[in-house]
Design a protein around this ligand. Structure first.
Ligand code: GLN
Length: 549
């Protein structure tokens, strides 16, 4: 039977519960445990799929097509395992299940209530992965902050489980903040005391406190926190700000977070942590030998969480290339024909980002044109690939009105169009082309050189597609469809034959990049930009594709 770790948060949001949960999971995994992490979000949306990235950051898509919280991305990147629909549950989904059951008559004669019906459904889902037999330890992160009205049923479910399961089967970690007051030159523990009191009032007493802090907690302060919050002193863990999230597992290991958890869970059979690969990655990340500047052309750039997986994929690909990847955010809404050269000057490669809707697409198309004409390494993802197709149609094929029907439903030349099955769909939630699909890659293509195999499986989240009626024209003029879905013939990859590195993909490779398995497309893209920089500094002739891969 699996054991359960619950992670709650206090004082304020954005303390990094997801990173702490993922770091603990990494350590337990490195000690030989089979671990998974799940996130319970207190909001009423069924999933974050319909949320604006400004509200919620990136929507992370799993293999099975679940649209989930971006913390699942951290879980996958740290653990190198796939998560699924079961790993992300919202209040909305819980209520939907209970209400459907009520309509079916499952509770005939009974009044349906938060306790026990909603909490029963929460508990069932909290235990689901643990009961699958696939895991020794299930870590459950509760979204939000203790004291929020919305998170009460989740905390209540944790209380009941602590009481129902054997004492040694659960451990509760509370993540909190120890702020430093400059004027008083002191770290303050009062917010933590209040937050633990609040959690205790809701019936849950934490076993471990992970304290986010900008300064070192001395032994005195640890003793004070332990005393006032009623936890063992060794269970007061310092989580100081780290230069990169990938340092956090090692910092938590130094603080013995894993050992304290294992002790509480009465697990004695564990090994020394195997973290060689992780440390090797960190070394490469910390001591790069070169640097490249990548332009991230997007419209949500004010909020870095909107492109979380892309940014992390760059970190992974940079490390393996021993290269520091400096991402330069360029707002696509402010790029025009006049300023494009100035806006993109000094960049060694462009990534045109995914996105939805009309805003900012003109700037993306102009940026693609610049990369195509200047021989600058180009990588387009989803909407970024669609923009590359439109740019090619307009400026190479001369189809001036070419567009996507997403932006211009009346275009006479819909080079990007809705899939047939999408045309009948009016409901917005969970109805895009979602999750993993196979892609067959043409031998000899740039994509084939990058992946070194075919077919590959990649994750999707979109409604529009390359319109195959135009494919012949494109291929004759030099933009080829090097990757296609074998069952439907949908175009998955486009590339330019007369360009050193120009590739667009309809899927989201960033979702599958992990520390241990950096995504080949990102790795090759960074390699291409490195070569581009070398050629630039040697003032040689433009680079060739054969030099890169
Ligand atoms: N808006 C585009 C579509 O739905 C692209 C989506 C994306 O970039 N994820 O097809």
């Amino acid at each position: 039977m699996a054991k359960y770790v619950f992670v709650t948060g206090g004082v304020t949001s954005s303390l990094g519960k997801g990173i702490i949960a993922a770091s603990l999971a990494k350590l337990l995994q490195a000690r030989g445990m089979r671990v998974t992490i799940q996130k319970f979000d207190p909001y009423i949306n069924i999933d974050p799929g319909t949320l604006n990235p400004y509200e919620h950051g990136e929507c992370f898509v799993t293999e099975d097509g679940a649209e989930t919280d971006l913390d699942l991305g951290h879980y996958e990147r740290f653990l190198n395992i796939f998560t699924s629909q079961a790993n992300n549950v919202t209040t909305g989904r819980i209520y939907q299940t209970v209400i459907n059951k009520e309509r079916e008559g499952a509770y005939l004669g009974k009044t349906v209530q938060v306790v026990p019906h909603i909490t029963d459904e929460i508990k069932k889902r909290m235990l689901k992965l643990g009961k699958s037999g696939q895991f020794d330890i299930v870590i459950t992160e509760i979204g939000g902050t203790v004291g929020d009205i919305e998170s009460l049923p989740f905390i209540e479910a944790v209380r009941q489980l602590q009481w129902e399961l054997p004492e040694e089967d659960t451990v509760v970690i509370h993540l909190t903040l120890i702020p430093y007051l400059k004027a008083a030159k002191e770290l303050k523990t009062k917010p933590t005391q209040h937050s633990v009191r609040m959690l205790s009032q809701e019936g849950v007493h934490p076993d471990i406190l992970v304290c986010r802090t900008e300064r070192t907690l001395g032994p005195e302060l640890r003793r004070k926190i332990a005393l006032f919050c009623n936890v063992k002193q060794e269970a007061v863990i310092e989580a100081a700000d780290a230069p990169t999230i990938y340092e956090v597992p090692l910092a938590m290991m130094r603080e013995k977070l894993d050992i304290i958890c294992l002790k509480k869970l009465n697990i004695i059979d564990y090994k020394e942590p195997e973290l060689d690969k992780w440390k090797e990655f960190l070394d490469k990340l910390k001591y790069p030998k070169s640097k490249v500047n990548i332009g991230l052309i997007g419209k949500y750039i004010e909020l870095q969480d909107a492109y979380k997986s892309i940014l992390e994929a760059f970190v992974h690909a940079g490390a393996i290339n021993e290269c520091h990847v400096q991402v330069v955010n360029v707002h696509s809404e402010f790029i025009d024909d006049e300023n494009v050269a100035e806006k993109l000057s000094g960049l060694d490669g462009l990534l045109v980002a995914p996105g939805f809707g009309y805003r900012g697409v003109d700037g993306k198309i102009i940026a693609v044109k610049y990369a195509r004409e200047k021989g600058l390494p180009f990588f387009g993802i989803c909407l970024g690939m669609q923009m590359a197709v439109i740019e090619f149609a307009r400026n190479v094929l001369g189809i001036k009105e070419a567009h996507s029907t997403e932006m211009n439903p009346d275009t006479p030349n819909p080079v990007i169009d809705l899939m047939e099955e999408q045309k009948k769909i009016s409901i917005k939630g969970g109805t895009m082309r979602l999750g993993t699909y196979p892609c067959e890659i043409q031998e000899g293509s740039l994509a084939f050189k990058i992946y070194g195999k075919s077919p590959v499986n990649e994750r999707h989240r979109h409604r529009w597609e390359f319109n195959n009626q135009y494919l012949d024209k494109f291929e004759k003029a030099g933009m080829v469809a090097s990757g296609k879905n074998p069952a439907t013939n949908l175009v998955e990859i486009v590339e330019l034959i007369n360009h050193p590195f120009f590739i667009g993909v309809q899927y989201h490779p960033e979702l599958k990049s992990t520390v241990e398995n950096p995504h080949p497309l990102f790795v090759s893209f960074i390699k291409a930009t490195k070569t581009y920089v070398e050629r630039k500094s040697e003032a040689k002739s433009p680079m060739l594709q054969s030099e890169i891969i």
